[in-house]
Design a binder for this molecule. Structure first.
Ligand code: F0G
Length: 466
């Protein structure tokens, strides 16, 4: 077996938070009471929580210290000026609008720019970006590169399909398109990065047709690291230089700062278009807050001003990306097929390939997620037919995702390599009895985003309750 080196942590631990593994009997009771929906478990009943990397970051000593400097003035707070200067410095945009998280930035932006029936093009929309586009009467279109769907590893599987982008614009006309977005890294296809070559190609096309070009840049620092590591010509550039080149190519950014802002809450829009800035801030005063705090406390803005720079630290990024790769390798060695290469923030297990005896309509990913909790108190999330198989309102048919995946997201700076060794041991135990894992059936669901609240029960291959 290949020996894999765990990544070296560029920090030591100053404050700890106890976690506790319930007994097997207790776990069994909890998951039954949750109707086999991992969103309904109490966090206190979980040993290792890999549900998301969003808002789950451990803050640094510097961030905790910055918190005390929060200026809570309603207008023109010193903390806002610190935050604004940091965002201008990294993202090279003049106007900075703080928001309480990513989806509120999306809500503001799409409410302001999307006209009914207009398209928003993206390498792949994250579900809130898609939801916000639809909510404003827009039509979200995903244009992932062809390699995104392949099993073979490729370096920049997060790219947008440039040929399809150009074809789409020529077919529908530039006026039909509200904006083009690139999500970096591309969360929905496995946290895969987007190359600088692709960024420039998208930018050139948008400039040619005069279409606004924005980033959904929740994980921008992780993307910059992949460019530095894997793209010819970028090895000797700093993360700040790569970020500058990235953002000079666009008109503006929307960011959920709960990821590479290294904070537990926050987001923003940054742009150069003064007229659009005015329209966005007129709306935000009604729905989000005054433009110098945007639904956040002054102390949150201080924390972000520190965190955005920490996310770009090279030692931290090398550790972060290597920890994801290390964990992915352990899961693979345990006998579970994963999406390769591993991306920036999570390991994705191909549950459809792992549990071929469970058909997609019986949710193999959910079966595996339930088993991770049962076997080891680990919370992971299904990203397959349960999450995306809602009825399409236009066609009336259940939508089918290309793969039945399970996502194991790595919170930033939270779990040690030993924690990930433990999860891999649980994976190895599941491999031993995988043939006995049941399928699941929904017993109650809501019409939208059903995975958050639905109830399920275990069924045999004939659909009979077991
Ligand atoms: N864009 C991307 C690429 C995201 O991954 C998320 C959130 C958002 C926007 C929305 O930001 O949560 O601050 O409102 N992703 C989380 C996840 C929820 O688990 O992947 P938000």
């Amino acid at each position: 077996m290949k020996r894999i080196n765990p990544p070296y942590e560029p920090h030591r631990i100053k404050s700890v938070e106890p976690i506790h593994l319930l007994s097997r009997e207790e776990r069994e009771k909890k998951i039954t009471a949750a109707n086999y929906n991992i969103f309904k478990l109490d966090a206190a009943d979980i040993y290792i929580d890999l549900l998301t990397d969003s808002g789950t970051t451990a803050m640094s000593a510097k961030q905790w210290a910055a918190l005390m400097l929060g200026d809570e003035s309603y207008a023109g707070a010193v903390s806002f000026r610190h935050f604004e200067a940091t965002v201008r410095d990294i993202f090279h945009k003049q106007f900075v609008i703080p928001c309480h998280q990513g989806r509120s930035a999306e809500n503001l932006m799409f409410s302001t720019v999307v006209k009914h029936g207009q398209y928003v093009l993206n390498n792949t929309h994250f579900d809130t970006t898609k939801g916000n586009t639809l909510h404003k009467g827009g039509i979200p279109v995903d244009l992932p590169c062809p390699e995104a769907a392949l099993d073979e590893p490729a370096p920049f599987k997060g790219n947008m399909d440039i040929v399809k982008l150009d074809d789409f614009i020529r077919e529908h006309g530039a006026d039909a398109i509200a904006m083009v977005m690139l999500t970096i890294t591309n969360n929905s296809v496995g946290g895969q990065p987007v190359s600088m070559e692709n960024i420039h190609a998208v930018s050139d096309i948008c400039r040619k047709y005069h279409i606004p070009f924005y980033f959904d840049c929740a994980r921008f620092a992780e993307n910059c690291y992949f460019v530095k590591r894997d793209e010819p010509g970028y090895h000797d550039k700093s993360i700040a230089e790569i970020a500058a080149e990235t953002f000079d190519a666009c008109d503006g950014v929307l960011m959920s700062a709960k990821k590479d802002g290294m904070a537990n809450i926050g987001g923003f829009i940054a742009l150069n278009d003064e007229d659009l800035y005015r329209r966005l801030t007129e709306l935000m005063i009604i729905v989000e807050g005054f433009p110098t705090y945007g639904g956040l406390a002054g102390r949150d803005l201080e924390v972000l001003a520190v965190g955005l720079h920490e996310a770009m630290n090279l030692d931290y990024l090398a550790y972060r990306i290597n920890q994801v790769a290390y964990f992915g390798e352990l899961i693979k060695q345990a006998g579970m097929p994963i999406v390769e290469p591993t991306g920036g923030h999570a390991v994705f297990i191909d549950a459809g390939a792992f549990l071929p005896h469970i058909p997609a309509e019986q949710f193999p990913g959910q079966s595996l997620a339930v088993e991770f909790y049962r076997e080891g108190g680990v919370r992971v999330v299904e990203i397959g037919s349960l999450m995306f198989g809602d009825i399409d309102p236009e066609t009336g048919k259940a939508q089918t995702p290309p793969k039945e995946l399970v996502r194991m997201a790595l919170p930033r700076r939270v779990y040690t390599n030993t924690h990930y060794n433990y999860v891999a041991e649980i994976a190895a135990k599941i491999v031993e009895h995988k043939k006995n894992l049941p399928g699941y059936k929904i017993t109650r669901q809501s019409p939208l985003l059903r995975h958050f609240t639905c109830d399920l029960k275990a069924v045999n291959p004939k659909g009979v309750t077991v």
